[in-house]
Ligand binder design. Structure first.
Ligand code: AMP
Length: 191
């Protein structure tokens, strides 16, 4: 039986960083839909050309495209041990993922919601824009991404809370502190 962990939370909450660390320390494979999409854009694939304006505007890529990527990544025989970072982002994606995990006999261990106050998110995202030069990290696009999160993605917290899967993690403090909280939550299970 495979197992999956979902990293959930607004842009700038630290999902990517924490997901990478958990993946390397616990032998999971990290699947970041944002990274996969950016990779397509960088390589100028047909999908990349299609999604480039969406990424640059801070909107969401259509569910069907994202789900096709996830299906492709999870194809193959072996039951995976996988961390999802930045996926699912809509209710339709979450429902499709449930179905996919059950088909593949993968148990959802938990959905880690990283909680960070809005003001700190903005600071972090502006800093990241300067460091990494992501084209979707300028201030108006940052604002849009936070709005899209609130409208389309934040409601998923209720979906996973209802399923008894949500683990709320304080995402403030140092990266080590946040990681320790994540490990504590995963070791203790859903409370
Ligand atoms: P991220 O790196 O996770 O912040 O994703 C960067 C951008 O990729 C987002 O602003 C969306 O445009 C797109 N994206 C990433 N993951 C998804 C997803 N699960 N559903 C729709 N769009 C996504």
């Amino acid at each position: 039986m495979g197992e999956a962990v979902i990293f959930f939370g607004p842009p700038g909450a630290g999902k990517g960083t924490q997901a990478s660390r958990l993946a390397s320390e616990r032998g999971y494979r990290k699947l970041s839909t944002g990274d996969i999409l950016r990779d397509h854009v960088a390589h100028g694939s047909e999908l990349g050309r299609q999604v480039k304006p969406i990424l640059e505007s801070g909107g969401l890529v259509p569910d069907q495209l994202v789900l096709a990527l996830i299906r492709e990544e999870l194809s193959g025989g072996k039951a995976p041990k996988v961390i999802f970072d930045g996926f699912p982002r809509t209710l339709a994606q979450a429902q499709a993922l449930d179905q996919l995990l059950s088909e593949k006999q993968v148990a959802l261990k938990g959905v880690l919601l990283l909680v960070v106050p809005q003001r700190e998110l903005l600071n972090r995202l502006v800093k990241r824009a300067q460091l990494e030069g992501r084209t979707d990290d300028n201030e108006s696009v940052i604002q849009r991404r936070l709005e899209v999160y609130e409208k389309d993605t934040a409601p998923l917290a209720d979906y996973y809370r209802g399923a008894g899967k949500l683990m709320q993690i304080d995402g403030t403090g140092t990266q080590d502190q946040v990681f320790a909280r994540i490990q504590g939550a995963l070791n203790g299970g859903v409370r």
